[in-house]
Design a protein around this ligand. Structure first.
Ligand SMILES: [Zn+2]
Length: 406
């Protein structure tokens, strides 16, 4: 049996006045997703336990069949795995966004979707001044700033005397759009250290030629780093051991492919995949089909609907869903039966509502079709149909064994 999972990140939403009272999933023309609903079954699953923050780390762990309450240690160590940066069990990884703060407010958690070419020298400058031995802070370890993709970078604390604990509280910058940062700074053990690093990054970035060039081009400068998502490396039972299937992950987002890599899935990089609205959807579809040849399970993740939500753009969210349907779900649905028995699952990880421009708790709609899945007579794949379904997984990690089961 071949299995495909397509994740339109953050696609689950609420009815929109601007879309004639429809949700983006209802407004989008998605004949292939609707065909999955008609051939199979639509249901609801909750990928984010109430005690955890709704984000792709916790939600994809659940979606991939792992109990986040048992295995989740933080977001940054998952991304660090995807970046190929080794962590020892006592090390801490901390997400380091390049953000644009203006007059004390979080104006852009992406610094205008800063390019990796611009981001790298900025992070290198910060590493030169704030990285290295932490002796000056009274610690035995060292700080390492690692440049990642676009605005997404990583700070590693190497040492067995890190001041952070489970009670260290940090705030995802994408969840505080246009809000005063003073209300959302790191708190708890080691929080003071994170606050000082964030503060000291400001003058280093302000005087950097890359930022001067960005301003001259009319682009947003990266005004400071924002530290959050800290954690020690998790220990996960490999997916092949737990479920007996060899998987592959196609995602442009370090966090999501990091989860895949930690489960033992093969990471397949797709040229033209950007993790943004302009991603090469058709390339994702083609590489997904190719990956079916030597994997039992292929997961294609697309970040675009989530990004559209964070920007509050309902039309772009609809467009992203239509492109995913046409260029990814359709071709995969066409290719799957050539491999014999097959099943497909379409599900977002978590909800991202246009109203708040932020992630939200709550169950998400999923659709499953394929060999051995009896049709339930549901007309389409959307929130309304899912809400009326009797198929529900309150514990989202129970969907995977059901999807893979007899
Ligand atoms: Zn998001």
């Amino acid at each position: 049996m071949k299995y495909v999972i397509v994740i339109p990140d953050g696609c689950a939403d609420e009815p929109q006045a601007g879309l004639g009272g429809k949700t983006p999933l209802q407004a989008a023309r998605t004949p292939h997703m609707d065909r999955i609903a008609q051939l199979g079954v639509v249901g609801l699953s909750n990928n984010v336990p109430p005690s955890l923050t709704p984000a792709s780390d916790v939600a994809t762990l659940s979606l991939f069949g792992y109990d986040a309450l048992q295995v989740y240690t933080g977001r940054a160590p998952l991304e660090t795995a995807a970046m190929g940066i080794p962590l020892r069990p006592t090390d801490w990884a901390i997400r380091c966004n390049l953000v644009h703060v203006d007059q004390g407010q979080m104006r852009d958690f992406t610094s205008g979707h800063i390019t990796s070419e611009d981001g790298r020298p900025l992070i290198e400058a910060i590493n030169a001044q704030l990285g290295g031995s932490a002796a000056g802070w009274g610690f035995k370890g060292r700080f390492e700033f690692h440049a990642g993709v676009s605005y997404r970078n990583i700070l590693v604390y190497r040492g067995d005397d890190a001041p952070f604990t489970k009670d260290t509280k940090t705030q995802p910058p994408h969840d505080i759009p246009d809000r005063p940062i003073a209300d959302h700074l790191p708190q708890g053990p080691g929080g003071d250290l994170l606050r000082i690093l964030m503060e000291r990054s400001g003058p280093i970035l302000a005087s950097h030629p890359v930022n001067a060039a960005r301003k001259a081009r009319g682009e947003k400068p990266a005004s400071q780093i924002w530290l959050w998502g800290q954690g020690k490396p998790p220990s996960l039972t490999p997916f092949a051991e737990l479920y007996g299937k060899r998987g592959a992950i196609l995602s442009a987002v370090d966090l999501v492919r990091g989860v895949g890599v930690l489960l033992g899935w093969k990471r397949i990089d797709v040229p033209g995949a950007t993790g943004y609205l302009d991603t090469d959807y058709a390339a994702k579809g083609r590489y997904g089909i190719a990956a079916l040849a030597d994997h039992d399970l292929v997961c294609v993740h697309v970040e675009a609907p989530d990004e559209a939500s964070h920007e509050g753009l309902a039309d772009e969210k609809v467009k992203a869903l239509e492109r995913i349907d046409e260029h990814i779900v359709g071709p995969l649905l066409g290719a799957l039966p050539t491999h014999g028995d097959w099943r497909i699952l379409v599900s977002p990880d978590h909800r991202t509502t246009l109203r708040t421009r932020a992630h939200a708790h709550g169950a998400v709609p999923f659709a499953v079709a394929g060999t051995g899945v009896a049709p339930k007579g549901q007309p389409s794949y959307d929130e309304q149909v899912a809400a009326e379904s009797t198929l529900r997984f309150e514990r989202g990690h129970e969907l995977m064994p059901w999807f893979l089961g007899e």
